[in-house]
Design a protein around this ligand. Structure first.
Ligand code: ATP
Ligand code: FE
Length: 335
């Protein structure tokens, strides 16, 4: 089965071609235009998608070594995401499915971040059901109990900022460019994680809160800079290591609670923040420390990419879960 997948929920235009559960191509066109604004500008994102969508899809099909007549279905991101961005990928997918007369399959972006683990890749094991998925991205922080490809339940989520935002906003406080998450990771690797202790928020159950941490970091940095204007440059590695360490402890506390509550010890991570080296190392260590089995996706399937949309599309195709051509894009979407 050849699946063409299209992802355009935020600021990356991506297209992939899968043969069954194997990825033949996965093209991602990022958008540099947002950097100078310190965040994604929705109107600019939507316009860039319009420019990118045709070449990106053509490149994905060409790189897969097939022609569009070989395609069996088209999967696309229905939501959640930026409406203007979703509409570009959605309309394109609809038109192409009508033109080629093949089924259209609407996919939930957050479920795709979770199910990216089912892409067949050498050296990567697939989890077995049920498992606990920790989805950590720019817009979401969720703990999901995954019972099958189509049956999943959110058992914890953030009540304010997402983990990715916590990284990016902390980076902004330190004067680092957007998106600052990867830079915090880079400097953290050279610093002492216990140099500056930050307090973890107290949130009941499996939910998260990150906005208090951001404020705490802001006040801490302002106070230190008032005492020594070179505080940030002199301590950048230690500050980043301490911030990252605190975030990881917050995530690990909730994962331990989720394991205790569900009795499930298979843990997967997904979403852009799962590229973080500290999180990856901590989860690997948890295998021996707590006896968990942890699954960390291949780097290119952590941030936004169409291959993850394609794998969910493929499993929906097998069940004949098709969408009709009146399916609409949704900025917010239920699980
Ligand atoms: P969503 O999936 O919720 O719609 P999104 O698609 O914008 O959000 P992703 O592309 O999945 O988010 O992830 C982007 C986020 O990941 C950004 O906040 C970025 O800073 C963060 N990120 C990427 N790499 C790292 C890293 N190595 N360490 C920490 N954060 C990182
Ligand atoms: Fe995403």
């Amino acid at each position: 089965i050849y699946t063409l997948a299209i992802e355009s929920s935020c600021d990356d235009t991506s297209a992939a071609v899968l043969c069954n559960d194997k990825v033949l191509s996965n093209i991602v066109a990022g958008q540099k235009v947002h950097e100078e604004y310190g965040g994604v500008v929705p109107e600019l994102a939507s316009r860039a998608h319009q420019q990118n969508i045709v070449p990106v899809v053509e490149m994905a099909i060409k790189k897969a070594g097939i022609s569009k007549e070989n395609l069996n279905c088209i999967a696309f991101t229905q939501g959640p995401g930026l409406m203007g961005s979703l509409l570009v990928g959605g309309s394109f997918a609809k038109s192409l499915s009508l033109g080629l007369n093949i089924p259209l399959i609407a996919i939930n972006h957050m479920k795709a971040h979770i199910l990216a683990h089912f892409i067949d890749e050498d050296g990567y094991d697939k989890p077995t059901f049920p498992f606990i998925a920790l989805t950590i991205s720019g817009g979401h922080t969720q703990i999901v109990k995954v019972s099958s490809f189509f049956d999943m339940e959110i058992i914890g989520e953030t009540t304010d900022d997402a983990v990715g935002e916590a990284f990016d906003k902390s980076a902004k406080i330190l004067g680092l460019p957007y998106p600052g998450g990867p830079l915090i990771d880079k400097y953290a690797q050279l610093g002492n994680p216990k140099a500056f202790p930050f307090t973890k928020p107290k949130v009941d159950g499996l939910n998260f809160s990150f906005s208090g941490l951001k404020t705490q970091i802001l006040y801490f940095v302002q106070k230190k800079v008032a005492e020594n204007e070179n505080f940030i440059v002199e301590n950048l590695n230690d500050i980043c290591a301490s911030i990252q360490y605190t975030i990881i402890q917050i995530l690990m506390d909730k994962l331990k609670l989720a394991v205790a509550e569900t009795g499930i010890t298979q843990i997967t991570i997904g979403g852009g923040v799962s590229a973080n080296s500290g999180i990856r190392n901590t989860l690997k260590e948890a295998e021996t420390k707590y006896g968990w089995k942890t699954y960390i996706p291949k780097f290119e399937y952590t941030t936004d990419n169409a291959a993850m949309i394609g794998i969910v599309g493929y499993y929906n195709f097998l069940e004949e879960n098709f969408s009709t051509s009146d399916v609409v894009s949704k900025a917010r979407i239920e699980f």
